[in-house]
Design a protein around this ligand. Structure first.
Ligand SMILES: [Zn+2]
Length: 321
């Protein structure tokens, strides 16, 4: 749907337009034509990638960058998010998924050394959100207890954030969640100026889950055939809530070494990526002042013309614990 996809320009589209090739692995959206552009290579997103999917994509990404076939590669690894939703962020399943990722990153580091790419390759690892434990079925906000659902023209999603298009603009206080009219949405969400913002945005307090009612929620079928909790972890709560924090790690020639940076915002990552690729960022919500001090040469006036300094980007969805 061009209305949806063509609303903004992802970095890979900018790079392709500039003649720099991008190879993407399991990245949601890479299979779509955006502003008439596709990445040079796209391995379609999978919900539950295997360890082999991850290690193969790392190997391929390194090879295409080294051979000059790609100017940037991006890998998305969903496993930690999936296990976190299902079993909760503190579960042994999440720990195992993080250990698998850790092993894959160790392999990546070894290969970078073997291939003599240490001084040529910028690597950015980050998550786009954290995760918190939820009390499934104990902390459900059932909207149909507060409002007449037939007066709602449209309801989108369930969980920490729900969008409502009511027929009238009446609404009331509901415990354990905030109700925002368009203009009341906090600026720190970088949301209220969007094209698809509903008249009412509901945001649950941490640990709570908004739904029309409990009966409409699905269950996982576990091995015994008994219904068990569908979800034990979730994200999407207010970004001031510490559990929502992700992580950001970077190394390579464009990054100062051994710097422990103050927290950055997820909207800042784009500027960092553009810097390492020598591309002028499009207008965005990131703050250069939050990131420039950990970049090499950011005080100088000119961009380095090093096309060898290419980004390998892993987007990792998890609490890093
Ligand atoms: Zn998720």
């Amino acid at each position: 749907m061009p209305l949806w996809w063509d609303g903004s320009e992802p970095l890979w589209v900018t790079l392709q337009k500039l003649g720099k090739k991008v190879f993407m692995y399991y990245w949601p959206g890479c299979e779509v034509e955006i502003l008439s552009v596709r990445p040079s290579f796209c391995e379609k997103y999978v919900y539950n990638p295997s360890e082999k999917n991850l290690t193969d994509s790392i190997e391929n990404a390194l090879n295409v960058i080294r051979s000059g076939q790609a100017g940037m590669t991006a890998i998305y690894y969903e496993k930690i998010d999936v296990e976190g939703h299902h079993f909760g962020p503190d579960s042994p399943q999440v720990r195992t998924a993080v250990q698998q990722l850790d092993l894959a990153i160790q392999t990546l580091n070894r290969k970078i050394k073997e291939k003599n790419m240490v001084n040529q390759l910028n690597i950015i690892l980050f998550s786009d959100h954290g995760m918190t434990k939820i009390k499934w079925m104990e902390k459900v906000i059932e909207l149909d207890q507060y409002i007449n659902m037939s007066s709602i023209a449209k309801m989108m999603d369930r969980g920490p954030v729900v969008s409502l298009w009511p027929q009238d603009n009446m609404y009331q206080e509901v415990h354990n969640m905030r109700v925002y009219g368009k203009q009341e949405i906090p600026d720190r969400f970088h949301f209220k100026g969007g094209r698809f913002v509903p008249p009412l945005t509901l945001v649950a307090e941490p640990g709570w889950f908004i739904a029309q009612n409990k009966a409409m929620l699905p269950y996982w079928q576990n091995d015994t055939g008994e219904p068990s909790a569908w979800q034990n972890g979730w994200h999407g709560y207010d970004n001031e809530f510490l559990d929502m924090r992700g992580f950001f790690l970077a190394s390579g020639p464009d990054f100062k070494r051994n710097v422990r940076a103050a927290p950055i915002r997820v909207v800042d990552v784009y500027n960092v990526m553009c810097w390492t690729l020598g591309v002028k960022p499009l207008p965005n919500n990131g703050s250069w002042s939050r990131v420039e001090y950990f970049l090499n040469g950011s005080e100088g006036p000119s961009q380095p013309m090093t096309l060898c300094c290419l980004g390998l980007l892993g987007l990792l969805l998890a609490l890093w614990n």
